[in-house]
Design a protein around this ligand. Sequence first.
Ligand SMILES: C[S@@+](CC[C@H](N)C(=O)[O-])C[C@H]1O[C@@H](n2cnc3c(N)ncnc32)[C@H](O)[C@@H]1O
Length: 307
Amino acid sequence: MQSQCQIIASPLNYTGGKARLFPQIRPLFPDYINTFVDLFCGGCNVGINTKAERYYYNDISEPLIGLYQTFLEVSEDELISDFDRIINSYNLSDSTKHTYEYYSCNSSEGLAAYNKSKFENIRDDFNALTQKDKYYYELFYMLIVFGFNNQIRFNKNGQFNLPVGKRDFNFKIRRKLSAFLKVLKKQKPVITNIHFNDYDMSHLNDDCFVYCDPPYLIATAAYNENGKWTEKEEYELLGLLDRLNAKKLRFALSNVLSHKGKENKLLKRWTEKNRYKVHHLNFGYTNSNYHTKDKVNLSDEVLIVNY
Ligand SMILES: C[S@@+](CC[C@H](N)C(=O)[O-])C[C@H]1O[C@@H](n2cnc3c(N)ncnc32)[C@H](O)[C@@H]1O
């Protein structure tokens, strides 16, 4: 079992991120992991908190992977001074220097009213960039930090299209970024940007561990709004996990067996057929609703493992 210590939360505040759930997941991981593969790394909440000798991160989102490459290649000091320069040049709020009152805002409404037009200027400039260089990914991170609920969403034409959010590059997110960068740089992960189906597993041997946290078939998130995760992808992933199992490679799959009254029957049947072990995690099971009639809103969050 991996030991308990403080969790580093992703500085992307990633939708569907496992930061809150990770304390329950970590004890279920193998004791010793030589090579850790996170096939759907998203905000990297899992890998950044997992002890291994080598790390492989993958995600289908190109800007996300480009951002991590930039995090790896550029020093922390340079990143922070570039972010501060962007914030100054666009005249965005800086709550590390001034109070909300200074910006004629209050904490509950946040800084959206002050930042709206400035954020739209960054977004327009970002969407007009043709070269995906360091500056592109730095602007992208600023869009996440100043954007709505820190989410990432692009339209069909590849244009970032979320509105401004309530917060800025405040002390809390700076602290998260700094802690994350330090670990990421130490880990020196191999980072790839491919569809999970095209991922080359041939280099993996029996002290590897493959973690999968795909979009959930029965729940929606911004990265799955265009219905990119369907039964087809679900079957393909389960097939891949079966192939790993046949090669005696360990895997763990995060998912929900039921969510808001819906059931993932396909996943349930597959788990039972292969006798994989299902760990039920109590995410969302607050005392207030567990014993009430509100069961329909509960999620059966699980970690399915083959070891
Ligand atoms: C639930 S999120 C992962 C969150 C992550 N575990 C964390 O804690 O931050 C699922 C991720 O799968 C990625 N994804 C969706 N389809 C994919 C595919 N076909 N191949 C690889 N990654 C994919 C999405 O971009 C998204 O980042």
